[in-house]
Design a protein. Structure first.
Length: 253
């Protein structure tokens, strides 16, 4: 029988809310064979098989995601993301982290400009603004010609729903993955209860969908199976994934 929890589609995505954190954590644990290295409650820390990439969900107080990558060149970088940033955006960033760096530098702001975002000529540092004026994406100054840090905020009627901060040395490919997510106009599925976020109704487009919780879980399982298939195709002698010994993670809207 279909699960009774109704879903809707919310757009723009940056107002849809965080979504189900397990759509990333379970994909990494069961699909990509990441390790759960959590040591305290309300804190889910995952590490890639090679120990180079780190994803942490801090569930104390105001939830946050933190991403971190270590490099052999000493140009480690990190990102701190608010919990109301859609998990789909966080997943896109983690996917970009796992891909080899491209020699061709991406046009970081290209996706935003193509989606109608504009430049704030009055800002002290280069800032790009969403068509509805709710999201600002800023390139911060940095010393010694180092790759600059970036900062984004989503503010609705004076309330800041989420922030995203990327440190110095964050690869352009990571920033481009983020701007591609921000620029996308396709809606995101969310539980009808709690959507749209409080105060965001005048700015959020809501449409009905026949999809429900069971459909979303089936899609997650399909993504996990696909990731496992790719991993084992690349490494035929790989051992089967270890049990995570996990307990279900609390969900956000």
């Amino acid at each position: 029988m279909p699960h009774p929890t109704p879903y809707v589609l919310a757009a723009p995505g940056y107002l849809a809310g965080g979504g189900d954190c397990e759509h990333l954590t379970e994909l990494l644990l069961r699909g990509h064979n990441w390790r759960n290295v959590s040591t305290i409650d309300q804190h889910t820390a995952l590490t890639s098989p090679d120990g180079r990439l780190h994803v942490v969900l801090n569930r104390r107080g105001a939830w946050t995601w933190s991403l971190r990558a270590t490099t052999s060149l000493g140009e480690d970088w990190a990102a701190l993301l608010g919990a109301h940033l859609p998990v789909e955006y966080v997943t896109a960033l983690v996917d970009a982290m796992a891909r080899p760096a491209s020699r061709k530098l991406p046009a970081v702001l290209g996706p935003l400009h193509e989606a109608g975002w504009t430049t704030d000529a009055t800002a002290a540092t280069p800032t790009t603004v969403s068509p509805d004026g709710l999201v600002r994406f800023t390139e911060e100054p940095a010393p010694n010609r180092a790759p600059r840090p970036w900062h984004a905020t989503c503010t609705v009627d004076g309330f800041r729903w989420w922030t995203a901060a990327f440190s110095t040395h964050t690869p352009p490919g990571i920033i481009a993955a983020f701007t591609h997510s921000l620029a996308r106009d396709d809606p995101l599925p969310r539980m009808a209860i709690g959507t749209p976020l409080h105060g965001c109704a005048p700015y959020t487009r809501i449409t009905q969908t026949p999809r429900g919780y069971d459909d979303e879980q089936a899609q997650l399982e399909a993504r996990i199976a696909e990731a496992r298939g790719r991993r084992h195709a690349a490494s035929p002698t790989a051992a089967p994934p270890l049990s995570t010994g996990r307990t279900p993670l609390t969900r956000t809207r």
